[in-house]
Design a protein around this ligand. Structure first.
Ligand code: FEO
Length: 171
């Protein structure tokens, strides 16, 4: 595998694990604030991010490359209202999209068509992640000021259940 493509993919394992850590910190915030539905939503999001890390890990193994696990940064955000984690979430997903695009660019430059095909799933996934994060912000802005509506929103997020992402389910 091209050295740059390898390094970016190996690094992405770390970035996805950081995402899991970040969303766990969001779940902690909402749990402390009594919004258990939002806490549930982010706990499941953390599981998905862990899964994304495993998908990249498996890809390196399947291609005979060594995985180098790196130290995970500490999530350090403090929140003062229910909207802030949601906005931080969208900002973070946009950043992750830029990382996936960077790996894709490196793969394209190296004519690594296998890696490009592998990354297609993540390109679509990022579109969904950003769309969902944006929707959560819109709903909080619309309904978050009213206790009854916020309760109902929280109930909706409490209903989210974990499902294994397809690349991992098919691995
Ligand atoms: Fe692994 Fe939320 O992107």
């Amino acid at each position: 595998m091209d050295k740059k493509v390898y390094e970016l993919i190996n690094d992405q394992i770390n970035k996805e694990l950081y995402s899991a850590y970040l969303y766990l910190s969001f779940a902690d915030y909402y749990e402390e604030e009594g919004l258990d539905g939002y806490a549930n939503w982010y706990m499941i999001q953390a599981q998905e991010e862990r899964d994304h890390a495993l998908i990249f890990r498996n890809y390196l193994h399947e291609n005979g490359e060594r995985v180098k696990l790196l130290a995970i940064d500490m999530p350090d955000k403090e929140f003062s209202n229910f909207l802030e984690p949601l906005e931080a979430g969208l900002e973070h997903e946009k950043y992750v999209t830029s990382l996936i695009n960077d790996i894709y660019s490196a793969a394209m430059e190296a004519k690594d068509y296998r890696a490009m095909k592998f990354l297609d799933w993540f390109i679509e996934e990022q579109m969904e992640e950003e769309d969902t994060a944006d929707d959560m912000i819109t709903k909080m802005k619309l309904f978050g000021g009213d206790a009854r509506s916020l309760y109902e929103l929280d109930q909706q997020y409490a209903a989210r259940v974990y499902s294994v992402p397809s690349p991992l389910a098919n691995a």
